[in-house]
Design a protein around this ligand. Structure first.
Ligand SMILES: *Cc1c(COP(=O)(O)O)cnc(C)c1O
Length: 394
């Protein structure tokens, strides 16, 4: 077995987080802006529920920041995925490509639509979906006709693919977009982890027909709980708003609904927190990138691990920083987790691959050798924005 310097890892964490008291969490929110003032304004005005100026403002801020035409705020990222899939045309019985290495919500949302996940592999360059491997796989399993793409073996329509920008690092979106075009497959980006991450200079979430964000407490910005559906298609944007607000036809007094809608709206009080968080997002990103830079420098000197850096085509938000254990050291992963947690540094492994979970173990899957290898070697380390500096030049 290779040499893995666990003592060195702990010392590095200690150096980089020095000055921060107590256990160092994995990702803690910073709520030091206008959160109090905006929430107080909601309470004072009694506009606490689904309608209110902060919802509109939060949606505009998201659209402006990411460059998408329309952002629709909803109660969480999982519901955002559910509606994005429905609007992309995913129907019961369809297959949807989902990376095996992602948070369980990505596959759950497929199941909510009555569709089935079909698990695909990652690449080490991005930790996300491997478009080249997907194309090779499609060559052997897909049939294309007027109705779109069919899996020759299951007989199901392959309607969509959900790339997930793992830990904030963008997947190779141009290559994936080509594969989607060639095989008539819709792309929905799970950008839950990648607010503030750019692919070739453009914000993630702009490649999919629709894309989603999450504002859970551990994400780059938080609204307590929250999410957003984003799209550059005006009509889909309107439908996203309509379906997530019970599909009620606007009227001064009538209650008329024209679809089976969902009550997935983000309350104004949560959106108020979101507006305050968006004001601080540029600073959070500077701090997070500064922290990543320091980790990168420090872990260069430590045997048996490598700090995972953004792919060359990307600028990443470094949502959760990733240490990759060397191939020779992966068996010591749990020792690393134990030693670091014992010392007050919250660390964790990646998610179990979704194809290994009881409810998804019978789903189709391609060869997953890269994801299987990565999942044994990934250790997430403390990543809160306040651990980095705002004026990173000095
Ligand atoms: C956080 C997250 C979601 C959605 O999470 P919610 O907790 O429902 O807001 C979806 N996909 C990924 C990859 C995530 O990390």
């Amino acid at each position: 077995m290779g040499n893995l310097d666990i003592e060195g890892i702990i010392n590095a964490l200690r150096t980089i987080t020095s000055g921060h008291q107590g256990p160092v969490s994995l990702h803690e929110p910073t709520l030091r802006g206008n959160e109090w003032a905006y929430v107080k304004d909601c309470l004072d005005s009694t506009w606490v529920s689904y309608v209110g100026q902060y919802v509109d403002r939060f949606e505009s801020m998201l659209a402006e920041f990411t460059g998408v035409k329309k952002a629709v705020a909803v109660v969480n990222g999982t519901t955002a995925l559910h509606i994005a899939l429905k609007l992309a045309g995913v129907e019961p019985g369809d297959e949807v490509f989902v990376p095996a290495l992602t948070f369980v919500a990505t596959a759950n949302a497929v199941a909510y639509c009555g569709a089935v996940p079909h698990f695909v592999d990652s690449e080490e360059r991005t930790l996300g979906l491997d478009p080249h491997k997907l194309r090779d796989y499609l060559k052997s399993i897909a049939r294309i006709d007027v109705g779109g793409c069919t899996n020759k073996f299951s007989g199901r329509r392959i309607k969509a693919v959900i790339p997930m920008h793992a830990f904030g690092h963008p997947v190779d979106l141009d290559s994936l977009a080509e594969v989607c075009k060639e095989y008539k497959i819709e792309m929905i980006e799970d950008a839950a982890e990648s607010l503030g991450s750019y692919y070739k200079g453009k914000h993630t979430g702009n490649w999919g027909k629709l894309s989603v964000l999450s504002f859970n407490g551990n994400k780059t910005i938080t609204t307590g709980g929250g999410g957003a559906i984003m799209t550059n298609d005006e009509h889909l944007g309107k439908m996203a708003k309509h379906l997530t607000s019970t599909a009620k036809i606007p009227h001064r007094w009538e209650y008329r609904h024209d679809y089976i809608g969902y009550n997935y709206r983000l309350p104004n009080i949560n959106a108020a927190v979101g507006c305050a968080q968006m004001e601080q997002l540029p600073e959070f990103l500077v701090r997070k990138r500064h922290l990543a830079e320091r980790y990168c420098d420090t872990f260069k000197k430590i045997q048996g691990v490598r700090f995972f850096k953004e792919p060359s085509f990307a600028s990443s938000n470094y949502w959760l920083n990733v240490l990759l254990l060397d191939e020779a050291s992966y068996k010591k992963r749990d020792e690393v987790l134990e030693a670091t947690n014992d010392q007050g540094f919250k660390t964790r492994p990646a998610w179990d691959l979704l194809n290994t979970l009881p409810m998804f173990q019978d789903c189709s899957a391609m060869d997953l050798s890269c994801a299987e290898n990565l999942v044994k070697r990934i250790v997430n380390i403390p990543s809160s924005s306040f651990l980095g500096k705002a004026n990173a030049q000095t």
